[in-house]
Design a protein around this ligand. Structure first.
Ligand code: AHM
Ligand code: MG
Length: 339
């Protein structure tokens, strides 16, 4: 449940949080500010998507003869440009790039942080005006400053995250983030282009009564998930069942709704995605960090905490079970007892 506070901008809030740490240098503050700026540029393009011819395939040309970019490519380039010209970040791993991007300028090489991100998640929803999002995750680099970042910097377990968050481009645009001091949400006032504090110290209701999963894949789900879905649908007023089924198909939007209302999001292993569909480093870890900070939990359905799984590659996939603790524990129970 979120409480409303007096008008406070994202910038003011970040600086206030920084002041809580006497050793803070301001680098993280600047980095979060840069993410906020890039997100507002992406937001502008997302909002204009129906007006300008930006939804075409990469490689097409618009009437000015400029190359038309898909929104996810545009978002990737925007974040890369802003983070690459900042002095806090030495490298970036994104869903759009096969390899990690190491920023080569002398200033970037001094950067203490690396960022993993999905610049525009929910790509199947982009062309149909349904909410999409940006997901980001920030770590201290392991490699020595002054050098280019290396792949190991990006293969740290989620528990090492310094900060994580998402931007939801929805009926309003929100930026939600954590630095390990709870989860805070900001809503963009589009008339002045500023994020304002709107959701302070978000705690997710537990148990919730929403389950979110692509039931079209039902016959390919593990038996434990099938049993859990039936459990969700059973009539039992003492446990508020049946639960409601809600699935947008955009992780950020599905998670955000469940975070505020209480619920569970599941993307299990399926026949077409035997490792799960979602990526550990830039989708699951940041969302898991936020979930835990809001009092929820996130596992792989086999009893393993997402944040403790050591990544082996930047695009590694993992089954993802995230939401209110009681609900995640319940589906874990079904998974364990229906191997
Ligand atoms: P994407 O990164 O290619 O957009 O895929 C990730 C998305 C998530 O946002 C969403 O939860 C999931 O894929 C939906 O998958 P499906 O269409 O298989 O239900
Ligand atoms: Mg994605």
């Amino acid at each position: 449940m979120a409480r409303k506070f007096r008008a406070q901008t994202l910038g003011e809030f970040i600086v206030k949080q920084q002041n809580a740490f006497s050793y803070a240098t301001g680098d993280l503050t600047r980095l979060l500010t840069h993410i906020g700026i890039a997100s507002r540029i992406v937001n502008r393009e997302v909002n204009m998507a129906g007006l300008v011819d930006i939804l075409g395939e990469t490689g097409k040309e618009n009437i000015q003869g400029e190359t038309v970019k898909k929104l996810d490519v545009f978002a990737n380039e925007q974040f890369k440009a802003i983070l690459g010209s900042s002095i806090e970040v030495c490298g970036l791993a994104t869903e759009e790039e096969k390899d990690v991007v190491s920023f080569e300028s002398d200033l970037s090489k001094q950067g203490k942080y690396i960022v993993c991100m999905d610049p525009l998640d929910g790509s199947s929803n982009i062309d149909v005006n349904v909410s999409i999002g940006t997901i980001f995750s920030i770590y201290h680099r392991i490699s020595e400053t002054g050098n280019p970042s290396v792949e190991e910097d990006f293969l740290q377990a989620g528990i090492k995250q310094v900060a994580a968050g998402y931007v939801l481009y929805g009926s309003s645009t929100m930026l939600v983030y954590t630095t390990g001091l709870g989860v805070t949400g900001f809503t963009l006032d589009p008339s002045i282009g500023e994020y304002f504090l709107s959701h302070y110290q978000i705690i997710t209701p537990d148990p919730g009564r929403i389950y979110s999963i692509n039931e079209g894949n039902y016959i390919n789900f593990p038996m434990g998930v099938k049993k859990y879905i039936k459990y969700c649908q059973e009539d039992d007023p003492s446990t508020n069942r049946p639960y409601s089924s809600r699935y947008i198909g955009s992780l950020v939007s599905d998670f955000h709704r469940n975070l505020l209302k209480g619920g569970i999001y599941i993307y299990p292993e399926t026949t077409s995605h035997p490792e799960g569909k979602l990526r550990l480093t830039y989708e699951c870890n940041p969302i898991a960090f936020l979930a835990e900070q809001a009092g929820g939990m996130a596992t792989d359905g086999q009893g393993n905490r997402i944040l403790e799984i050591p990544p082996e590659s930047i695009h590694q996939r993992v089954p993802f079970f995230v939401g209110s603790c009681e609900m995640v524990k319940q589906v874990e129970y079904f998974m364990k007892n229906n191997p």
